[in-house]
Design a protein around this ligand. Structure first.
Ligand code: HEM
Length: 537
């Protein structure tokens, strides 16, 4: 072989060598790749960037706020903020030093943080500014146009239709369901035999069982057998984390670009899984739902309008099957399954933590339970719940320090004049943060101190009613507020009656982060011991 090559040197020289040929092809190829990359980036920027009007830009520049690049604003900075640093970053940027409002730009979106209860009242009480802000795009592929994210006529119609499904008469009927699940929950905590553990997973399974049984009419028994909920809860955790990531990296707003990223690709699969999960719930309820059998539950006496038909949530949707498509029903089930279990779960986690941190508060709460039930092991009635004044204050204090929904926003559809000649212009994205409002020392002195007595009637009377808004307020407040308060009371009352919580983790270990809801990112361990050697069953 070497001889052959050396005998025909001209032939080899005349023909272009393979590397040189490749080299010549590489240049146009690289140019093409570069052009495609540039086109993708340009398309991403053009389709992602929100284009404000000159008027909006001018009016926003008149509002107080931190120094930042015009229009692009803090987008480059926020993309590098770690999720556990977001709370302190927001505090430094738009809360501290801004008693009323602070405006910043985020990739063309004018964000106006409203920090005073008086101004919050103007926005939340309005019937005009009821469309959700731009951040909600990040959960739309999952919740579509369910009640939380929908707007305009669709929202009005659905809200009117669904409000009666959370009427107190319906709730009264659900207290037994809640109590059964609460007892199962406490007995599962006691199975840990006083060892330190993180109760997060057990709490989520309990609240998921409650919402499935009480609102969807199906039993998934995930407290007994985690296989029915494990993948659902894991997918919820990933989907909410991905939503937060996307809000912080707003340039990933477009679905096509989002789908090209690894987080986005996983998110598409998770959303499909969550939709399949809720479809199974709907199919199961459809198969078992017999309107005739429900008669006693459905027809409840309402003194103002005579006999009125009231149904629990999913049955109402199924009854309207003709006017609602399968995907209409699914988007509401997705919304209520998530909102109905995760918001209460995160709050119960913080409540157990605070019971452990404050043994004297726990004793007062227990004494109240003892004064109502004594040694009796009967279930809690609606009347009992109404007599739990100290527990009510304890829950309110938990929701003050740890509002499950720490950040809400609205799209401003026409200029909003505030007092002292401040104007929030049309097109602004107003942000209201219950987390920071509830820590405003002007309304809650020594705000980090855990003190249920802040909610004694005489103390509440002195405070602006919009200084405390864990369930938001106005027309788009939480539709499940009464359900949530009742569930929190039933679960915590049952826990206090049969068990005692001891702290293991310290307050300094809290790692609060906004991941759609307010979550603790680390583990918060507690010990649970039987109260007076009482058996739960
Ligand atoms: C501790 C528990 C809860 C808290 C702190 C809470 C808080 C909130 C807040 C602040 C909003 C307004 C969100 C916004 O404007 O973006 C909201 C809306 C909503 N909540 Fe709750 N929630 C809780 C429990 C529940 C439960 C148990 C359900 C269902 C059974 C529920 C269903 C909803 C729905 C569907 C909306 C949207 C209402 C609308 O826009 O018309 N929530 N919630």
């Amino acid at each position: 072989m070497p001889a052959l090559i050396s005998q025909s040197p001209q032939l080899t020289d005349d023909r272009p060598s393979v590397p040189r040929e490749l080299g010549r092809l590489m240049l146009p190829f690289a140019t093409l790749v570069l052009a495609v990359v540039l086109a993708v980036i340009t398309a991403a920027i053009l389709t992602t960037f929100f284009i404000p009007t000159i008027r909006t830009i001018k009016l926003i520049e008149k509002l107080p706020g931190p120094a930042h690049w015009p229009v692009i604003g803090v987008s480059y900075e926020i993309a590098f903020v770690k999720k556990y640093d977001l709370v302190s970053w927001l505090h430094k940027k738009v809360i501290d030093g801004y008693e009323r409002v602070a405006a910043v730009w985020l990739l063309g979106v004018p964000l106006v943080f409203i920090n005073s209860p008086q101004d919050v009242e103007v926005i939340l009480s309005s019937m005009k500014h009821i469309e959700k802000g731009v951040e909600y795009f990040s959960i739309e592929s999952w919740l579509n146009e369910g009640l939380l994210t929908s707007k305009g006529k669709k929202w009005h119609m659905r809200r009117k239709m669904l409000t009666p499904t959370f009427h107190f008469k319906i709730l009264e009927d659900k207290s037994l369901t809640m109590y059964g699940n609460a007892k199962r929950f406490v007995s599962k905590l006691l199975e840990e035999n006083g060892r330190p553990f993180d109760p997060q997973d057990r709490i989520s399974r309990c609240t998921l069982d409650v919402i499935c049984e009480a609102a969807m009419g199906i039993k998934i028994n995930s407290q007994e057998d985690e296989s029915g909920s494990k993948d659902y809860l894991a997918a919820i955790s990933r989907v909410t984390t991905a939503a937060m990531y996307r809000v912080l990296n707003m340039y990933l707003r477009r679905d096509w670009l989002w789908g090209l990223t690894s987080v986005g690709a996983e998110n598409v699969k998770d959303v499909k899984f969550l939709h399949d999960y809720t479809e199974k719930i709907i199919t199961e309820r459809k198969a078992n739902y017999n309107p005739r059998e429900m008669k006693d539950e459905e027809f409840l006496n309402d003194n103002s309008v005579g006999m009125k038909k009231r149904q629990a949530f999913l049955d109402k949707l199924l009854e309207l099957g003709q006017s609602m498509s399968d995907s209409d029903i699914r988007e509401e089930v997705d919304t209520f399954l998530f909102e109905g279990h995760d918001t209460t779960a995160v709050n119960i986690e913080f409540a157990l933590f605070e019971l452990g941190q404050n043994p004297e508060v726990q004793e007062l709460a227990y004494n109240e339970q003892f004064s109502i039930f004594g040694e009796d092991e009967r279930e809690a009635t609606l009347g009992d719940l109404q007599n739990m004044n100290y527990l009510d204050r304890f829950i309110k204090e938990c929701l003050r320090l740890y509002p499950s929904v720490p950040y809400i926003s609205r799209k401003i559809v026409e200029d909003v004049p505030l007092k002292d000649s401040l104007t929030i212009p049309e097109g602004a994205n107003v942000v209201i943060t219950p987390y920071f409002l509830h820590r405003n020392p002007r309304y809650f002195p020594d705000p980090e101190k855990f003190d249920p007595d802040r909610f004694l009637p005489e103390n509440c009377a002195k405070r602006h009613s919009f200084a405390y808004i864990p369930f938001s307020a106005g027309p788009r407040n939480c539709i499940g507020q009464k359900f949530a308060m009742m569930e929190l009371k039933v679960i915590l009352s049952t826990l206090l009656r049969f068990a005692r919580v001891e702290a293991v983790s310290h307050k300094s270990e809290l790692q609060l982060a906004t991941v759609v809801l307010l979550r603790n990112l680390g583990t918060l361990k507690i010990r649970v011991l039987p109260r007076n050697n009482k058996e739960v069953y």
